[in-house]
Design a binder for this molecule. Structure first.
Ligand code: SF4
Length: 738
């Protein structure tokens, strides 16, 4: 049973999080490294180029990689500290087994593998193949993502595989497919520089994708107008021309009203609409009543600001629209995304220089990881697992009979629900910390405790791994060769800088060994990561995410290659849609009606305040890595409740007073941070922490019906000041970033 073997404090004592700082004078060998390895930051979707300095098989520092074209040497606070996760005192050095009363004790690889394989077989023989599930992460390289997808379907023979991109960009992916038939940002980011108007919707770029700020500032320096849509006055909004402080959960009302304004004032590209799109009339019919006055009432934004934004967007000759989780983490996430795309299509500003649209991928390999088959409904090349032709093609590549290829499985949160129902009994996870990152974390914890067997592959013992029966010590990003795909759609090389320490193994070798012991060694014989990539190339050939023409050599020679790249001699595609041939069945870009609908939970007398969640600059997602790096924690040591002075006054709340925040799912206590940079009806809590500091104790498991993304960005809460001031932080500048 996947319960904690000893009290959590004892586990934390041995496995952290421990704060790792660089030695005062730097690591020995920092000034005379054996090697400077050109690779990429392991964190967000910007995938900034970086050089890791290596001495005697240890990463001892970093240098900027000035030639890499996206970030040109720039790095954010996470990038400059990321090397400290290597050589970390919490690093898992051997397989562990959970022993009740003792904790996690080292064991041999043979023992760990034998136990895992025998439990997989036992559970599947007793309950069926789909009773064993798999959850994976998109910090994994393309090769590992592909391998996980194949492993789950061919070795585990389960349909229930999903990934933590489900919590990230799936609404964008689904919206992109509906509109364009393909899921990728339409341009590389250098096109931003000459855009006349840039809309940034629900994307705290300066904190969550900091190096992208540079491209927006370049445009601003050339006179571009910047429009930021966000309930908080995020750093980018402070220098924007217009800040639309949208009420959480009302985004589609705003986009609908802007679209109606464009129609009413004939700010449309009729040639583009008539010749290259479909669905325009139904879409504008859906917003025909969305006046500026109505939109002001629903969204809480001054109607004059909405008009001004629509005017700027409508009159621009070149433009770019970017969005991220702020509009995607909703039970109407796909509606929000297509609402944005409708504005782009109405003005025809796509597929041309300095005109584009894109979601900003959050996770390191959020783009590539969502293309090659570790989603519950997808096969490599962004193929559909329910499409007979796609199934046949991939079955042939994998050398299996199509009838043996499992069908569509459950999404990440649905897997948790199925564990509760007793339908799923076993779980293997890799680089995913659902106890922190999924909504309604108390419900997730209860699910973990119901599992008959849980095996976790990871390099740190994160909060979810503490529930595992067996932990297989896997590899950090810099311990294996591979590729990732940045938010621009650029496929890049991840280089192995060091080998895994102690008895830890590469993730790839662990998966291959499990496949061998599950009796399918012949389907999993690869000499190295490049061999996996070469099979991925073939598997993706003919799919919308076609990597066939991309090779390791080309990536290195060309500093990355943009997919689609269907042939060896193909140059790659930095800017999509220049040919106006979209990947939809009719070859046209699709408008999609996106009428405004209420969020899954609205405020009422019991829960009168809107709660929204997000990230801070120094932390990354569930914090498995960044809560272990000293300076990143110093910068923002604990989650704070951001609240507007007027709302604080209403409750008599003082700065840093402890506030009990309750929702229908749970409660947590957070120090108040009274700021004028948030709407008066909304509070914000960052979600990187666990246990009593977890924002996701509060968030709902309401899912978007199409993308199955949870609604992290809006729920109803109750505030109760506890009349106790939180102890001061030891770092006086700890919250400088908020
Ligand atoms: S912007 Fe993203 S990829 Fe670049 S250094 Fe920061 S966390 Fe790493």
């Amino acid at each position: 049973m996947a319960k904690l073997p000893v009290a959590e404090e004892n586990i934390v004592k041995h496995f952290g999080p421990t704060l790792n700082y660089a030695p005062k004078d730097g690591y020995v060998g920092r000034d005379e490294p054996d090697e400077a390895v050109k690779t990429h930051c392991c964190f967000c979707g910007m995938q900034c180029g970086i050089q890791l300095l290596v001495k005697e098989n240890k990463v001892v520092g970093f240098e900027p990689w000035m030639e890499f074209p996206f970030n040109e040497g720039r790095l954010c606070p996470k990038g400059v500290q990321r090397y400290l996760q290597n050589n970390h005192p919490d690093r898992l050095l051997s397989p562990l087994k959970s022993v009740p009363g003792q904790g996690f004790v080292p064991t041999s690889w043979d023992d760990a593998m034998d136990k895992t394989v025998s439990e997989i077989k036992r559970i599947q023989e007793k309950y069926g193949n789909d009773a064993f599930s798999m959850l994976s992460g998109v910090s994994l390289t393309n090769e590992k993502s592909y391998l996980v997808g194949k492993f789950a379907r061919v070795a585990l023979k389960t349909k229930n595989l999903d990934y933590n991109g489900r919590l990230c960009m799936v609404s964008a992916g689904a919206g992109n497919k509906k509109a364009f038939g393909l899921d990728r940002a339409s341009n590389n980011y250098s096109d931003l520089e000459y855009a006349e108007v840039i809309i940034v919707a629900g994307a705290n770029i300066s904190e969550t994708f900091p190096t992208l700020t540079h491209w927006i500032w370049k445009a601003r320096d050339r006179g571009a107008k910047i429009i930021v849509i966000d309930p908080r006055m995020i750093p980018l909004a402070r220098t924007a021309d217009i800040h639309l402080d949208v009420r959480p959960g009302t985004d589609s009302a705003l986009y609908g009203a802007m679209l109606k304004y464009l129609v009413d004032h004939d700010m449309l590209d009729h040639d583009f609409i008539d010749n290259y799109t479909s669905g325009f009339q139904e879409t504008i019919d859906a917003v025909k009543d969305y006046t500026l006055e109505w939109a002001e009432e629903v969204t809480g934004i001054d109607k004059n600001k909405i008009r001004e934004a629509a005017e700027l967007w409508g009159k621009a000759k070149t433009s770019f629209l970017l969005h991220a989780r702020g509009i995607e983490h909703h039970s109407k996430g796909v509606d929000n995304v297509v609402g944005c795309i409708n504005l782009v299509l109405a003005t025809g500003r796509i597929g041309k220089p300095y005109c584009g649209y894109g979601t900003i991928t959050g996770q390191g390999n959020g783009q590539g990881g969502r293309e090659h088959g570790h989603k519950c409904d997808q096969l490599p090349g962004n193929r559909d697992i329910e499409n007979p032709e796609h199934r046949k093609y991939i079955s042939d590549v994998w050398g299996i009979n199509e009838k043996d290829l499992p069908g569509k499985g459950l999404s990440a949160y649905e897997i948790i629900e199925a564990i509760h129902r007793g339908e799923i009994k076993g779980l293997i996870s890799i680089c995913f910390n659902p106890l922190v990152s999924l909504p309604n974390s108390n419900y997730v914890r209860e699910a973990l405790e119901k599992l008959e067997y849980y095996v976790c592959i990871d390099f740190f013992l994160n909060e979810t791994a503490r529930h595992a029966d067996i932990v297989l010590a896997g590899s950090l990003q810099e311990e294996e060769e591979g590729t990732t795909t940045s938010a621009e759609g650029r496929v890049i090389r991840i280089r192995q800088a060091v080998t895994p320490p102690g008895m830890a193994r590469t993730d790839t070798s662990i998966i291959l060994e499990l496949a061998k012991r599950l009796g399918v060694k012949d389907k999993f014989t690869y000499e190295n990561s490049e061999a996996i990539f070469n099979e991925l190339r073939v598997a993706s050939k003919g799919g919308t995410a076609d990597y066939y023409g991309i090779t390791y050599k080309r990536i290195e020679d060309e500093m990355g290659v943009f997919w689609p790249c269907p042939e060896i001699g193909h140059p790659g595609t930095p800017r999509l849609w220049e040919d106006r041939k979209f990947k939809t069945p009719d070859g046209k870009a699709h408008f999609n009606a996106a009428p405004y609908k209420l969020p899954g939970e609205v405020t009422d007398a019991d829960y009168p305040v809107i709660l929204t969640t997000g990230r801070v600059v120094s932390q990354y997602l569930s914090g498995t890595q960044t809560r272990r790096i000293g300076k990143l924690v110093d910068q923002y040591p604990e989650p704070l409740l951001e609240i507007h002075p007027k709302l604080a006054q209403q409750y008599g709340i003082k700065q840093r007073e402890l506030i009990k925040v309750s929702t229908r799912r749970g409660e947590g206590i957070f120090p108040a941070n009274i700021v004028e940079t948030i709407r008066e009806d909304t509070v914000f809590i960052p979600y990187h922490w666990s246990g009593k500091k977890s924002a996701n104790q509060l968030t709902p498991g309401t899912l978007d019906p199409i993308s199955k993304i949870p609604e992290f960005k809006v729920c109803a809460c109750h505030l109760e000041p506890l009349k106790e001031i939180a102890a001061p932080s030891k770092e006086s500048t700890a919250y400088a970033s908020v």
